[in-house]
Write a protein that binds this ligand. Structure first.
Ligand SMILES: Nc1ncnc2c1ncn2[C@@H]1O[C@H](COP(=O)(O)OP(=O)(O)O)[C@@H](O)[C@H]1O
Ligand SMILES: N[C@@H](CCOP(=O)(O)O)C(=O)O
Length: 293
């Protein structure tokens, strides 16, 4: 059985904790019944001993599997990870979503995507990464009475994501602690208006509006101060043809959207100017979690 989950970029500027989309890099796990428990890791995190000894996927999978099954079975888990850890590309959401989906799939129990999303919410309380990880595409989501309420929309092929990944990891939990405890009415209104405009721009496919709508006052500047070079990456991306350029999740990745025709040049300029960062183009993912039995 094989499960794959896409990387995500959350917030998209002003949509703190409520907007997110899926991109086509993914984590994949193959699970087979086996005589002994065993784990193999390839790609991102392969050299991280913590992922072998105390793997978040295995512990969430076991929680669900033991609740769903009355059999005692061992498995071989083969992980192929494309999503870098703690770079703001939703690696933890991908793990949570794939672990829950895998436990149901291995038991042959059908799990609707809406239910999977609400089960994942117990492990990640803000819905802006888990919703695109499950559903794919662009998503606006909020939590009400412990349920995710969301609307999602596919992103067309005429757009690409241009991603700049620094080699510095930033933990989401720690990064949230650097944010102010309270915000002014001006900043709050700024973000509500921009986040609403950004949502409308995605729904109406009005890509020229993204540049204005993606401005934020409540989290990016506080987070990017920890790595000031990111301001330069963002400025360069916007000057060189990006339709929008925002901190991805809690960072450290900088995420840009460009027309497919402009994306190659943008990638080239960013590579030249920031040779110490990983820069690449990727498609958007409009499918979300995939399960192959
Ligand atoms: N492939 C993986 N396998 C197991 N655990 C993972 C994996 N990827 C991420 N994690 C867990 O998620 C944590 C990173 O989560 P977080 O700080 O929210 O960053 P991100 O922005 O990448 O989601 C890691 O420290 C690790 O505990
Ligand atoms: N809204 C959250 C999103 C965190 O995304 P991640 O990919 O960095 O885990 C936040 O901004 O803290």
């Amino acid at each position: 059985m094989k499960v794959s989950v896409p990387a995500t970029s959350a917030n998209l500027g002003p949509g703190f904790d409520c907007l997110g989309l899926a991109i086509s890099m993914k984590n994949q796990v193959i699970i087979r019944p086996s005589k002994f428990h065993s784990v193999s890791l390839k790609g991102e995190g392969a050299n991280n001993p913590a992922l072998k000894d105390n793997n978040m996927f295995i512990s969430i999978f076991n929680d669900f599997y033991h609740n769903l099954s009355n059999k005692k079975r061992h498995f071989r888990f083969e992980f192929q990870n494309e999503i870098p850890l703690s770079r703001g590309l939703g690696s933890s959401s991908a793990v949570i979503v794939s672990a829950i989906a895998s436990a149901y799939a291995i038991e042959g129990i059908k799990l609707e995507k809406d239910k999977l999303l609400n089960l994942a919410l117990a492990y990640e309380s803000h819905p802006d990464n888990i919703t695109p990880a499950v559903m794919g595409g662009f998503n606006v989501a909020c939590v009400q009475e412990n349920e995710v309420k969301y609307i999602n929309k596919s992103i067309p092929k005429s757009l690409k994501a241009v991603i700049v990944v620094p080699n510095r990891a930033i933990s989401t939990q720690l990064s949230r602690k650097t944010l102010p405890f309270k915000y002014s009415k001006e900043d709050t209104v700024f973000n509500i208006s921009h986040s609403s405009l950004l949502t409308a721009a995605f729904m109406a496919e009005n890509w020229e509006m993204l540049k204005y709508a993606s401005n934020d006052q409540i989290h990016q500047k506080y987070r990017m101060k920890q790595m000031p070079e990111l301001f330069d990456v963002q400025k360069t991306a916007l000057k060189e043809g990006a339709l929008m350029s925002t901190l991805s999740g809690s960072g450290s990745t900088l995420f840009s959207i460009a027309y497919t025709d402009d994306s190659k040049n943008l990638e080239k300029v960013l590579k030249l100017k920031f040779p110490h960062f990983r820069v690449f183009i990727t498609d958007f993912d409009n499918t979300g979690v995939r399960i192959e039995i």
